[in-house]
Write a protein that binds this ligand. Structure first.
Ligand SMILES: Nc1ncnc2c1ncn2[C@@H]1O[C@H](COP(=O)(O)OP(=O)(O)OP(=O)(O)O)[C@@H](O)[C@H]1O
Length: 750
């Protein structure tokens, strides 16, 4: 079987997601009469395997991050029903856009060489199939002529052919799968890089742009690379096969061609008609399964909260709802597949006796020998298989189209995300980074710029709005934060305090106004501002700075952000402490690659770029000291040192996680830190201790908080009130806190 149905019969895991027997029947083989019992068994086993794998794949859902809203709300379901599959040109454009980059990437030499090898091996296997067609003919001629000597000779040839041919088939499959894996690895690294760049992952999640990006990276990329290669080879093989076997068939009986052509074209049209809904159903299946899996992941991540609430019943209901949705779609998919199967099976088996029936009269009249009947059946089935690719592979094609559609959509989002950073609209909040050193130089050159060196942050006429409804949260805010200013932001819940910090971090762009950070040590970056520029040139370069703004923010150690919920990375205590300023030291590629046989693009994680010089990596003593400083020294002995991995958000209390976040902060020593209720889980003594520590470290901080005790650690207070839609006045006021009259100030804000 392997020898005669080279591509279809290959053990191609990527094609497993269709339950169809996606290869032509075994009778295409020149060896059919010899191998039938074995082949039939093999095919039946393979079919069962495929079906099992299909069910497994359909029920084993990939990890995902789904949009916040439930995918099962009525509008969402309507959206699913209304969803139209992409048209052919869009599908082709997306396929090309997703597939092309690898073949012109850094790895192109290796990629092209391996591809050439795979094509050469495929060519070899087709040649072997043709050879077997002739061997089969002579073998049956010998049998029919009762020529024992010839029969033995042909049998030996056959055995020799097996021995010589099998390695070609095995190596072709191995080479193809290795190349698919290499391609997938490159694509995974390429997509992950773009997903994590420019905070695209945040935009996708916070604006619910597309569903389950992680499923697209894990599963769709794997399917795409494997299937794209298989299909290309199938097409190539079909073309070569067609040329080789057409000669044979044409030589035997030309009219058979005409029958074949009409039959396969008609079959293709009918299967396209019957299977037209499959692309959409496959697309939705991927999504629904990923949604279900994500529901399960959320139960794992929020196990404690669910257990405290006793929310198992509700969770079960929500999960069942998600599974039901996947189940219902899969049921529709199975019905569509079944209807298509009725046709494809009929199509496949109806024609089996035709070639023998057509050429038999020539045999009876003695024009051809018996072996030629076998050869004509074989050639006919090869050509029919080549012409009927769409019929045989329709379900695989529709599943592949869904994968192309999902990946293309993802690719477009990733591209748009990088382009959005370049677009500059006056109706957006702009975050600008200015190099303090350059500005000082300009001033000494006699320019008009004022001394801004002691400024860390300047907010000018900032109006914050919610993304979709454009409700104003904060109106026309202007303030300056200088070194050693400690600003407390207060206000009722929902007034927009966190949104203000998000805007500073470049995560919130709806509204208008300008936020300027003054950063130091930017001399090693390619700052667009140079000392020889005039002030107007500097102002003009600000746009470029804005473009780089979001990219730079996370990378300059002058500003640091502690979110409301401490984030614990997957890893050891050491990694928690070093995050996000320092990572693991990558081993030199040569060492790693040699020891693991891995690929260069998997070894070289992009290094974090810094606006200035990266702070020196803390030593072991520094790490231990900082843990002692934040009063967490005891966890070292309790949790077996710095290098054990735990689920940190479960093994540490919320207050401990908040202290750990302060330890990170103290190690990174930024100039400015934005603290969003970062001590909310701590007792007052620990809170006071941490604030004293960061003040002693010379870090300027802006905090959000509701606690009265926070007044003691700040010298300015910005109070944001709930917006009054009837008024056009600003809804904030800024006051200096006089520590002697803290109680009065407290009265003022509470
Ligand atoms: N992504 C979003 N899309 C639409 N509205 C949002 C979004 N994020 C926040 N909001 C809304 O913006 C308002 C301000 O939210 P924000 O988180 O800034 O409030 P806050 O003052 O920090 O509240 P709290 O003190 O309760 O933390 C809220 O009404 C919130 O519902």
């Amino acid at each position: 079987m392997i020898l005669t149905t080279p591509l279809y019969a290959s053990n191609n895991v990527q094609m497993v997601f269709t339950p169809t027997v996606s290869h032509p029947p075994i009778s295409t083989s020149a060896l059919k009469p010899l191998l039938f019992p074995l082949s039939f068994h093999a095919m039946a086993t393979k079919t069962r395997k495929r079906t099992r794998s299909h069910s497994f794949r359909k029920l084993s859902i990939v990890a995902s991050a789904t949009p916040n809203e439930s995918p099962f709300s009525a509008p969402e379901q309507d959206k699913d029903l209304q969803r139209k599959g992409p048209d052919l040109p869009t599908l082709w454009r997306r396929f090309w856009k997703v597939a092309a980059p690898y073949w012109s990437s850094d790895d192109k030499v290796q990629a092209r060489l391996q591809l050439a090898a795979v094509f050469a091996l495929t060519l070899g296997t087709t040649g072997i199939s043709v050879g077997f067609s002739f061997l089969g003919r002579d073998f049956y001629n010998a049998l029919a002529n009762k020529d024992q000597e010839q029969f033995t000779k042909q049998l030996l040839y056959y055995l020799g052919g097996f021995a010589g041919g099998i390695p070609f088939f095995v190596l072709r499959d191995y080479a193809r799968e290795t190349l698919a894996l290499r391609w997938r690895s490159w694509m995974t690294s390429y997509y992950m890089e773009r997903y994590l760049k420019n905070r695209t992952f945040y935009k996708i999640q916070s604006q619910s742009i597309i569903d389950n990006p992680d499923q697209r990276i894990v599963d769709d990329l794997s399917s795409f690379t494997g299937t794209a290669l298989s299909f290309s080879l199938t097409l190539f093989n079909a073309a070569v096969d067609l040329i080789s076997f057409s000669n044979i068939l044409y030589g035997i009986y030309p009219p058979l061609f005409a029958v074949l052509l009409v039959y396969s074209l008609g079959g293709t049209a009918i299967s396209v008609f019957l299977g037209r809904g499959l692309v959409n159903l496959n697309f939705l299946q991927e999504k629904k399964e990923a949604d279900f899996r994500y529901g399960l992941v959320r139960v794992r991540e929020n196990a404690e909260s669910i257990a405290f609430y006793g929310g198992e019943g509700n969770e079960m209901q929500l999960l069942l709802q998600r599974f039901k949705s996947a189940f219902e779609n899969l049921t529709k998919l199975l019905i569509s597949s079944r209807n298509l199967e009725f046709f494809t099976n009929g199509y496949r088996y109806l024609i089996q006796i035709l070639p023998a029936a057509v050429v038999a009269p020539m045999y009876f009249s003695g024009k051809i020998e018996f072996g030629v009947i076998n050869q004509s059946v074989s050639a006919f089935n090869h050509i029919l298989g080549d012409f009927s690719l769409i019929v045989y592979q329709f379900q695989a094609i529709s599943a592949f189209s869904a994968v192309i559609d999902r990946l293309g959509e993802f690719d477009d989002v990733l591209d748009n995300s990088s382009n959005q950073d370049i677009s500059y609209s006056s109706e957006e909040i702009s975050v600008v980074y200015k190099d303090v050193e350059t500005l000082s130089l300009l001033q000494s050159n006699g320019s008009m710029l004022l001394d801004k060196c002691d400024k860390l942050l300047d907010i000018e006429n900032l109006t914050l709005q919610t993304p979709k409804s454009k409700t104003v949260l904060v109106r026309d805010l202007s303030l300056v934060v200088k070194k050693k200013d400690h600003l407390l932001v207060t206000g009722p819940s929902g007034s927009g305090k966190t949104s203000l910090l998000r805007a500073m971090a470049g995560l919130w762009s709806t509204g208008k106004g300008k936020i300027t950070f003054y950063i130091e040590d930017a001399k090693e970056t390619q700052s667009p501002i140079s000392p020889d520029m005039t002030p107007s040139e500097v102002i003009n370069t600000e746009r470029t700075d804005v473009e780089l703004g979001m990219f730079r923010y996370g990378k300059n150690h002058d500003a640091f952000f502690l979110p409301q919920r401490p984030y614990m990375v997957l890893g050891t205590l050491r990694q928690q402490l070093l995050y996000p300023t320092w990572g693991e030291d990558p081993l030199p590629f040569s060492v790693n690659a040699k020891s693991t046989g891995s690929l260069p693009f998997l070894m070289q994680a992009p290094q974090t770029e810094y606006a200035g010089e990266k702070p020196k990596k803390p030593t072991l003593d520094d790490l231990i000291r900082v843990l002692e400083d934040v009063r967490l020294g005891y966890i070292l002995s309790r949790l077996n040192g710095l290098d054990k991995t735990y689920e940190w958000s479960s093994v540490l209390s919320l207050g401990e996680q908040q202290r750990l976040a302060f330890a990170r902060l103290l190690l990174s020593k930024p100039k400015l830190v934005l603290l969003d209720e970062s001590t909310s889980a701590l007792d007052e003594a620990n809170e006071a201790h941490l604030y004293k520590l960061i003040e002693a470290a010379g870090i300027t901080y802006i905090s959000i908080g509701h606690r009265r005790t926070l007044l003691d650690y700040h010298n300015k207070i910005l109070h944001i009130s709930t917006i009054d839609s009837d008024s056009s006045l600003p809804n904030w006021h800024l006051k200096t806190i006089n520590q002697d009259t803290t109680n009065n100030a407290a009265k003022l804000i509470l």
